[in-house]
Design a protein around this ligand. Structure first.
Ligand SMILES: [Zn+2]
Length: 349
């Protein structure tokens, strides 16, 4: 496998976050979180509707310097998105001069990066694709999903329940890319943490962010190892959860089969989460207090429920209800932490 230059993957770690939505964000957020300038509107998808493309129509311009093959790869990713969503949910249309808001897709020496959603102030969103960005089929897809409004999965507020981050092993300049979005407005939105999301860092990005090319600085916790080990390059694939988040934000229906896939994943991740809580969180462990959010009361509560749930492992409504309750409790704990502790937002706790 050809590894891209470090420059590429360095850049892949970042997406351009910007101040374009500050008008609405200011109204919604009387208290800004220090250190999260520009990030506050998104956790797994843009919370600020102004970031979304009206009627799901994304106007784009592709720089002529791309090769024919590269242009085809971009088109293939766009078609993949369109074909996996309900008809008409998202459309990509070449920009005419009268189209004010658009994304300019352009080459770059080494970087793969995109603004999150629509850029309000300058009106031109940017998506940069260096030559190496075409090596893994999922990379172009990943950047296009940023353009639709999605942020990285592994910076969700609840990520520590699912993955373990070794902040000390990450180069200082990359720590920000591993910092959870801890904010009173960042909620879990009742979609489960998605270890297979196209928006989750994988082995290459993790290795390149580490101090010594070590892919364990972000690793899946043991209880979820059967769901993903993050070792694959991003495939040209949206998970059911990715599709549901896009569809929910753009107010679309779902194609047949997506709900069933989602139900299956909700069940899998819920059982794994309850196993994780049961194994690790019945009493505080000093060496890894992130594993349970410090939420030992939550863990005890849900471990009590665990056997009841285990008998009904195909019961989607039960799984969904439990997940919602867990997320609600975690959000509450999150808020308490936020208002009672000093957090270094330039670190990655
Ligand atoms: Zn990204």
């Amino acid at each position: 496998m050809n590894l891209p230059t470090k420059g590429l993957w360095v850049s892949f770690l970042f997406v351009l976050l910007y101040q374009g939505t500050s008008v609405l964000a200011d109204k919604q957020q009387p208290k800004q979180t220090p250190g999260l300038i520009g990030d506050e509107e998104a956790f797994s998808f843009a919370v600020d509707p102004a970031l979304l493309w009206p009627r799901g129509i994304v106007y784009y311009e592709i720089d002529s310097k791309f090769s024919k093959e590269q242009k085809m790869a971009i088109g293939k990713s766009m078609n993949y998105i369109i074909s996996n969503l309900h008809p008409g949910c998202i459309q990509f249309r070449p920009r005419k001069p009268s189209d004010m808001f658009y994304v300019y897709i352009q080459p770059h020496d080494s970087e793969c990066k995109s603004t999150i959603g629509r850029k309000i102030q300058s009106r031109m969103s940017t998506l940069y694709l260096g030559d190496d960005c075409f090596e893994s089929p999922g990379t172009v897809l990943h950047e296009l999903i940023h353009t639709l409004g999605a942020a990285h999965e592994h910076i969700r507020p609840d990520r520590n329940l699912f993955v373990e981050v070794d902040c000390d092993g990450i180069e200082n300049r990359f720590k920000n890319a591993f910092t959870r979005k801890i904010n009173r407005y960042d909620k879990t939105s009742s979609t489960p943490y998605d270890l297979r999301s196209v928006m989750h860092y994988r082995k290459k990005e993790i290795e390149f962010a580490s101090k010594d090319n070590n892919n364990t600085v972000l690793k899946v916790r043991e209880a979820y190892a059967h769901l993903s080990d993050l070792s694959e390059d991003p495939p040209l694939e949206l998970t059911a959860t990715d599709i549901i988040e896009i569809s929910r934000n753009y107010d679309c229906g779902l194609k047949p089969g997506i709900k069933e896939k989602y139900v299956k994943y909700v069940n899998e991740i819920t059982i794994a989460l309850l196993n994780h809580l049961k194994t690790n969180c019945l009493e505080p462990k000093k060496d890894d207090d992130h594993a349970c959010y410090g939420g030992y009361d939550v863990a005890s509560k849900y471990v009590d429920e665990w056997k009841k749930y285990d008998d009904k492992s195909n019961d989607y409504q039960t799984a969904k209800k439990m997940l919602a309750e867990i997320f609600n409790d975690v959000d509450q704990i999150q808020s308490n932490i936020m208002f009672t502790e000093e957090i270094d937002f330039n670190d990655c706790p």
